[in-house]
Structure formats: structure tokens, C-alpha cells
Design a protein around this ligand. Structure first.
Ligand SMILES: [Zn+2]
Length: 440
């Protein structure tokens, strides 16, 4: 089948289904992710299978291109290959899983990352086909340095297969490490990509969606000035609509306490679990890039503090009526240890909110975390090293499992065959009717 325009693609039933059924993936942001204890999996590489044939003209500035179906999970949560999704009957959110059938039946300890509950509470298994992506092939002779930007998704021809990866290192860049964090010219890769607009922005993975919980993980803290006080304050009140309201200046903080995704919901730091890596057993790492979003009503000055491994980070916001807000921990100023000692946050109580003046209501509080690019403990490539004028460094967004430049080494320009410029939405099950029916 050869299709020449997006309009004609929409006439295809599969496309309509993908778009309609999974507009919910937008609601869920980058989706939900669980982590497993199980067998080690081989590293995967996103491979693609052309489904519509090749078009005559190959040019990055044309409206034509070749469509492929994604296979595998190395670009999750940006792109999904064939997988199976489960809905959680506590929170109503869906989690996609790869390699589901790899172990014959169910993999061990399938859990909802949002609730930390186990597979007997997961319902409505549905299979989803891999997303379709359009690759605009490069015209021969073109200078790729004029076309490609850091963060782009590129198609690579390697080992007789087409792979899709994210471009993180450009020619002449220095590639380095700080601990296991991957750095380019001294900066964390995810920060560089998040700071710029890309056709496929770096995804965020859901940590907590307060509107999906009957019992919130946000709690009033004890009064700071009286550490012996052992009762919860009631300055912050959660309404039936699950928004949080505070109407007077107070010493009390509204604090988010995280809970384990895989250990029965006990208090836990936020780890870099990835729900979709079914069966993978690996060392987890603390997450340092959180984002808090929601909607504010009322007027007032509010202080937000994030716990990070570098220290507490502090952001002030002045709300002047209804508005949506997004705050990233990396934006915050580092507080001194003396100042942060006054704030009831810790590695398991990772965000605190404090009303300084006015009356404020916060709706739909949502916490997510960015993908963090890391070397793996067994990646033995010596760093730092410099890419040549003809070399590029690529990674998969599914950092723990992706087979990419950490194994392949740098990619030569001749191996880059095109730029991904469109993708269908991932089709996950409809979840609205389950949302928030039961909760912990
Ligand atoms: Zn759940």
C-alpha cells in the first residue's frame, strides 16, 4: 500500500482507531510505568518495518516520507512498539508492558506504578499495535549538520535493520559522564533537550496524579516550630473535587510523600522505575528531575520546595487568579542546609508547598519525572571522548534497555538515513470509566 498524504492515511481505519482510542495517552502524559523483579532481558533496539512502501521523492523538506511501524520498546515512552496494556482498578490508569509473552504466560510481579499494587488488581488487558512513524529520508549530498538538532529522532541503518534513536551528541561534541549521568560538553543531556523545542520533546513519566486518588499522597505536615506536635494540621484541606485549599498564612506545609511502586506502597524515594520493562532486573537510581503541574485558583504567594540529591530547591510563585502552572525542580534555587532543615521534606517526602499570603486552591496536582540519560554499570566506554566531524551519538529513551551508541559507539553520517517527523499516537485502552473508582 502506498499512501501519499496524511489525509489519506486517516481514511484508514487503523489510523482512526489509533488516534481516537489513545488520545488518552495525552491525558496520561508519558504514561505510567512499573518496574519488575525478574529475569534479565537482552537489550533491545527499536527496529522498524516499512509498511507503506517507499515513495519516489526522498527529501527532508518535502511532505512525503516512508511510514514504518515501530517494533520493540527501546524508545518508550516516546514511541511504543507492539505491547499489551493493563488498566489498574484502583487508580484507573493504564500501563503498557513489553515482552509480556516472553516468559510464556505472565511475567512476575506485574504492578501499577501509580498505586504500587499487584497484578490481581490489574484488569482489562488489551493489546496495542506499534505506533507508525514517518521518516523523511535525507537527500544525498545534504549536510546533516544543517538539518539535525539535538533531541531529534533519527532513523539509522545498522546491521541490516532500521533503528530509531534520539540524537544527543552532535559532531565535535565531547561526551562525558558524571557518575552514571551522561553529559555532553559538561551538561546533562536531558537538560539540554528539555530546554529546546523539538518535534518529539523529551517525555515525562507519571509519578503521581492526585485526581486519580481517593486518598491523596499529599499530606499536611506537622507544625515546624513545634516538632513534638504529632497531629496533622488542617490548614490545607482537600475538597471533594480533590483540590487542595489553604486560606491563611500558616507554618504548615502540604507535602507529597512518595510510595513504592513495587513494595506494597511503603514510603519510598522516587526511583527511575520504568513500568514497561517487563521482567527486567536492574539497579534503580534516584530521580532528580521532577515536575509539578496543576491549576491554581485564588490569589496568593506560594513557596514550592523540591528535595533533590543536590539539596532542596526552592521556587516562589505568585498566583493572580485561575491559571495553570508547571514547576520543574531544576528551576529552583538551591537552599542552604540550614534553611532546608526547617522544611519537612526528605528523600521520601519530595515536594513541599507552603502558603505565604492570600487564599489559594490547587487543582489536579500532578508530579512526573523526566527521562534521565545514564551510562549503565556495564557500559565500559572510557570517557570523556570527542566525536569527530562525521560522528553522532544516539540513545534510546528507554535508557535501561536501549541498544544504542553506548554499545554501538558513535554513528557515522552515512548510517543516518532520515528524520522522524510524524508519529501516530499510541493506542491504549480507554480508561475514563475506571478513573478513581477505588483507591488506596
Ligand atoms: Zn493504579
Amino acid at each position: 500500500m502506498i499512501l501519499t498524504t496524511p489525509t489519506r492515511l486517516f481514511q484508514n481505519g487503523l489510523f482512526r482507531w489509533c488516534f481516537l482510542a489513545l488520545f488518552l495517552s495525552v491525558v496520561l502524559g508519558s504514561g505510567l510505568y512499573l518496574n519488575y523483579n525478574g529475569k534479565n532481558l537482552p537489550r533491545s533496539s527499536e527496529t522498524m518495518r516499512g509498511i507503506f512502501g517507499t515513495l519516489g521523492k526522498r527529501s527532508t523538506d518535502s511532505q512525503s516520507g516512508q511510514w514504518y511501524r515501530v517494533q520493540g520498546g527501546s524508545m518508550a515512552p516516546t514511541l511504543y512498539g507492539d505491547c499489551r496494556s493493563f488498566s489498574c482498578q484502583q487508580c484507573g490508569l493504564a500501563s503498557p508492558f513489553f515482552n509480556f509473552d516472553q516468559h510464556g504466560t505472565r511475567p512476575p510481579k506485574l504492578t501499577c506504578s501509580h498505586c504500587g499494587i499487584f497484578e490481581n488488581n490489574l484488569v482489562r488487558s488489551e493489546e496495542s499495535s506499534g505506533q507508525l512513524v514517518r521518516v523523511n529520508h535525507f537527500t544525498s549530498g545534504v549536510d546533516l549538520k544543517d538539518i539535525l538538532r539535538r533531541g531529534d529522532l533519527v532513523a539509522i541503518k545498522k546491521d541490516d535493520a532500521v533503528h530509531i534513536k534520539r540524537l544527543v551528541g552532535l559532531p565535535n561534541d565531547w561526551v562525558d559522564s558524571e557518575g552514571l549521568h551522561l553529559k555532553i560538553s559538561g551538561q546533562r543531556v536531558e537538560d539540554m533537550i528539555l530546554s529546546q523545542a523539538n518535534q518529539f520533546p523529551l517525555p515525562w513519566l507519571l509519578v503521581d496524579l492526585d485526581s486519580a486518588r481517593l486518598v491523596s499522597r499529599w499530606k499536611n505536615s506537622v507544625r515546624i516550630s513545634d516538632a513534638s506536635e504529632d497531629v496533622l494540621a488542617d490548614d490545607w484541606i482537600r475538597s471533594e473535587l480533590r483540590s487542595w485549599e489553604c486560606s491563611e498564612e500558616t507554618n504548615h506545609w502540604l507535602v507529597y510523600q512518595h510510595r513504592s511502586q513495587t513494595r506494597g506502597s511503603i514510603p519510598s524515594p522516587v526511583w527511575d522505575d520504568c513500568v514497561f520493562n517487563t521482567g527486567l532486573s536492574r539497579k534503580l537510581h534516584l530521580v532528580n528531575r521532577l515536575r509539578l503541574s496543576g491549576e491554581s485558583l485564588g490569589k496568593g504567594d506560594v513557596e514550592f520546595v523540591f528535595w533533590t540529591t543536590e539539596g532542596a530547591r526552592h521556587v516562589m510563585k505568585s498566583f493572580q487568579g485561575p491559571a495553570k502552572f508547571t514547576i520543574r525542580s531544576i528551576e529552583g534555587d538551591l537552599l542552604s542546609s540550614e534553611a532546608s532543615a526547617e522544611i519537612p521534606i526528605s528523600d521520601v517526602m519530595v515536594i513541599g508547598i507552603h502558603l505565604l499570603s492570600g487564599t489559594v486552591e490547587l487543582k489536579d496536582l500532578k508530579i512526573d519525572r523526566s527521562v534521565e540519560y545514564r551510562w549503565r554499570p556495564n557500559d565500559d566506554r572510557p570517557t570523556p571522548f570527542q566525536l569527530s566531524a562525521d560522528e553522532w551519538f544516539v540513545l534510546g529513551d528507554n535508557v535501561p534497555v536501549s541498544k544504542d551508541s553506548r554499545e554501538w559507539g558513535a554513528i557515522r553520517s552515512a548510517e543516518l538515513i532520515g528524520l522522524v517527523d510524524q508519529a501516530t499516537k499510541f493506542a491504549s485502552p480507554s480508561l475514563h470509566e475506571l478513573m478513581g473508582r477505588i483507591d488506596d
